[in-house]
Design a protein around this ligand. Structure first.
Ligand SMILES: Cc1ncc(COP(=O)(O)O)c(C=O)c1O
Length: 427
């Protein structure tokens, strides 16, 4: 039994799929104690969009540490926070015409979701929230109430209420008029469901299995919220920060949510940080109403500022768009022909291969395990974890992207094709 099995709680999860002890990481490669190198197509569950130990960001962090500026300051004014706020405003918000105020929340994504839900309820004076079937918003009780996975909900240990789940336009029942359904509920005085304070959504359900809402549907949702005086909360924790193409995943629909939650890659370096963007008229908080010791990690401010500069200086969005094209084409031309039951879904640099139509309920696990043996880290998502998820760093060099894709192809080919009928040109 290793140290972890002996001393760490049974709740540990990713280490079960990737059981090496990791000692070093650079860019998109992680090195195990054994000396084996792994290509990383998981990117810290979306927290490492700029790769491991990004050199540009690392320099800033080292300089900051050596300068003896503050490492912890509660939510006091610091130079690091000032610089981050100015940079976020100048490089992200102003160019998009977005007039959000920024609330720093506790260090994890779920804390920003809690803040958004609390504030929406406070502003509208209603307790209900609509979330979507397939949604993932975090593990603390408020966020868990808006998370649809029954496995996670049951672990909550208390009734989770004041959230009603609506059908998402993808990954649930094909062809359902989900906007029409919500409209009917909101206008029917016998619907049995009260008008909510807010609707919270991911424009792409990541943990839910790479379900992509169309731009048109997002616009209709925005209109529905406006018609019924409901706030729209966009959870950008996993698919924001350039993961889906533009900095915010909702940009492709041209909509402006009332509240936006960001975390994971916002700090640029895998440092804990989360924030809530809120329209100024919604800022009705009294001081310290949503409090926390670790709101505004100073190092994370420095990393986040550097990351926004790095994006701009390296033309990251354009470079990532080329890689996104490569991945989509690879999946269509190299993966889909392996087995007619496979489907693919995604956008930007977040894609999934859905194997749920194959009879083998363990297939996605077998594929991910084979990838790992071959030196590639990929995770799974969705119902019964049947979607193999590709989420490389936006900075991954093309050769490594192609190399990882080749490993994936080998693994899918071996695992999908019955023994003895492997086609030589596919392996
Ligand atoms: C869309 C979304 N929201 C919220 C969260 C929760 O973030 P955290 O795990 O940092 O609390 C996650 C985490 O994966 C997520 O993907």
């Amino acid at each position: 039994m290793n140290t972890f099995e002996a001393l760490e709680s049974n709740v540990r999860s990713y280490c079960r799929s990737f059981p090496d002890v990791f000692v070093r990481a650079k860019g998109s490669v992680m090195y195990a104690q054994s000396g084996k190198a792994y290509l990383d197509f998981f990117a810290g569950a979306g927290a490492l969009n700029y790769g491991h130990n990004n050199e540009f960001i690392k320099r800033r962090l080292i300089d900051y540490l050596e300068s003896d500026q503050l490492s912890h300051a509660l939510d006091m004014y610091t130079l690091a926070k000032d610089t981050f706020l100015q940079t976020l405003s100048d490089k992200i918000l102003k160019p998009r015409g977005l007039e959000y105020k920024v609330q720093f929340c506790g260090p994890t994504g779920t804390n920003a979701v809690e803040a958004a839900l609390k504030l929406a309820r406070k502003v509208k004076g209603r307790t209900g929230i609509f979330a979507f079937i397939g949604a993932f918003h975090g593990m603390s009780l408020g966020s868990l109430a808006a998370t649809s996975s029954l496995y996670h909900r049951e672990a909550g240990g208390v009734p989770l209420h004041d959230v009603t789940f609506m059908p998402y336009p993808a990954g649930f029942i094909d062809g359902l008029d989900t906007i029409g359904y919500m409209e009917a509920i909101l206008t029917d005085d016998h619907a049995g469901i009260a008008k909510p304070a807010a609707i919270i959504l991911e424009t792409i359900q990541a943990e839910g299995g790479l379900n992509v809402a169309s731009a048109e549907w997002l616009r209709q949702l925005r209109e529905l919220c406006d018609r019924h005086d409901i706030l729209l909360i966009c959870d950008e924790i996993q698919v924001g920060c350039g993961r889906a193409g533009a900095f915010f995943s909702f940009e492709r629909a041209g909509i402006v949510p009332d509240l936006v939650v960001l975390s994971k890659s916002i700090s640029g370096y895998g440092l804990p940080m989360s924030l809530l963007l809120l329209k100024p008229q919604l800022d009705i908080w009294e001081p310290a109403e949503h409090n926390g010791t670790f709101r505004g990690n100073q190092l994370a401010f420095v990393g986040a500022t550097a990351a926004l500069e790095f994006r701009e200086q390296t033309g990251l969005e354009l470079a990532a768009a080329h890689k996104a094209q490569f991945v989509e084409q690879f999946l269509r031309e190299q993966i889909l022909p392996i087995d007619p039951r496979l489907t693919i879904r995604g956008i930007g640099l977040i894609w999934g291969i859905d194997v749920s139509a194959c009879e083998d309920e363990h297939l996605s696990k077998t594929i991910a395990s084979r990838c790992y043996e071959l030196g590639l880290i990929v995770e799974r998502a969705g119902r019964r974890d049947a979607v193999v998820k590709l989420m490389p760093a936006l900075t991954i060099p093309m050769e490594e992207l192609a190399q990882g894709c080749a490993i994936l192809k080998q693994a899918v080919t071996e695992c999908c094709a019955p023994a003895g009928v492997l086609q030589p040109e596919l392996v």
